[in-house]
Design a protein around this ligand. Sequence first.
Ligand code: GDP
Ligand code: MN
Length: 391
Amino acid sequence: MNVHEYQAKEILARFGVPVAPGEVADTPEKARAIAEKIGGRVVVKAQIHAGGRGKGGGIKLAANAAEAEEKARAILGMTLVSPQTGPRGRLVRKVFVTAATDIGHEYYLGVLVDRAKAKITIMASAEGGVEIEKVAAETPEKIVRADVDPVAGFQPYVGRKVGRALGLNPAQVKEFVGLLRGCVRCFTEMDASLVEINPLITTAEGRLVALDAKLTFDDNALHRHEAVAAMRDEGEEDPLEVEASRSELNYIKLDGTVGCMVNGAGLAMATMDIIDLAGSRPANFLDVGGGANKESVTNAFRILMRDPDVKAVLINIFGGIVRCDRVAEGIVAAAKDVSIHVPLVVRLQGTNAAEARQLLEASGLKLTVAERLDEAAKKVVAAVRAAGGAA
Ligand code: GDP
Ligand code: MN
């Protein structure tokens, strides 16, 4: 789960990370009041769960409170398109009004998991700032990396080494060690999967400040962090993914045209691969769970049918514990509740597969039955092409 910049800064500040004062506003008038309270120059920043806001016109400097109101009016309600939002952009509902800081130099700092090493790792760069992706791709040697020892935890000497490699002076290195310790503590204590400060800056006076902040939390640990869970902004999430999570379906929206309904995450991954191999792309990942039944199949259909990208659906169920005839009954019943307006290819294998096939054939539903997975994939791809959809 992601949170907004203003929330990330509030959390990081509790761990001793220096941030400029600021508050969030959902109207231009409130933005003005906050700017008056802060005094002097402020920055008005669109709050969306995507970076690159600066490049998309979502970050504006204001000389005074009246100007802050004006800038907030321009940003609130805009559809912000940035390199990270995709072409559809995101509607801006809130702005963060924060004291403007004079920038000396911009750095990148990230704390994340290195899965290959199974360690928390620190990444930092004196070059890049907002162009960090470019640095990582073209001059990866300019990124400083250091691991957090899983037994000893964060060690100040590691922080000093990174700080010196960034070219910070001795006073700044000391500040940096404290800031980095705060980031690593936040990472572990809050069950984060990413703590990113981009840019971390030195001010004109040489002090370190987190100018931006991004926190990602491990969904599986949110039950331990009620206050964080309450920060969830469903307006920033894919509406179909929100609905799926309410129905306890594991669903991730993708950019292809074949809607998938599968039981088991491993089979769902294999199904997506074979669709790709057959020449189309999956519109989603969807694991209806081990006990696929009428309710879960109906909910799954409802989500797939609301996705305009879906040009055909492939149902791939392996009946291990779950019986295929039960699933077939579920499909028939669901088709009565949800109008299925695209071609449907069904592959049911395993326990009671023959009975399931008979049930589907007797149902009068317009669908194509397949036995083998490669055959199912070819049939659904043919259906997409016949429907005039691109791969
Ligand atoms: P992002 O584009 O979504 O990552 O948003 P950031 O918060 O990282 O801001 C992007 C850029 O806006 C920064 O790299 C800065 O150059 C500029 N910016 C943001 N806040 C301030 C500020 O307080 N003062 C100044 N001078 N520039 C700022
Ligand atoms: Mn940024």
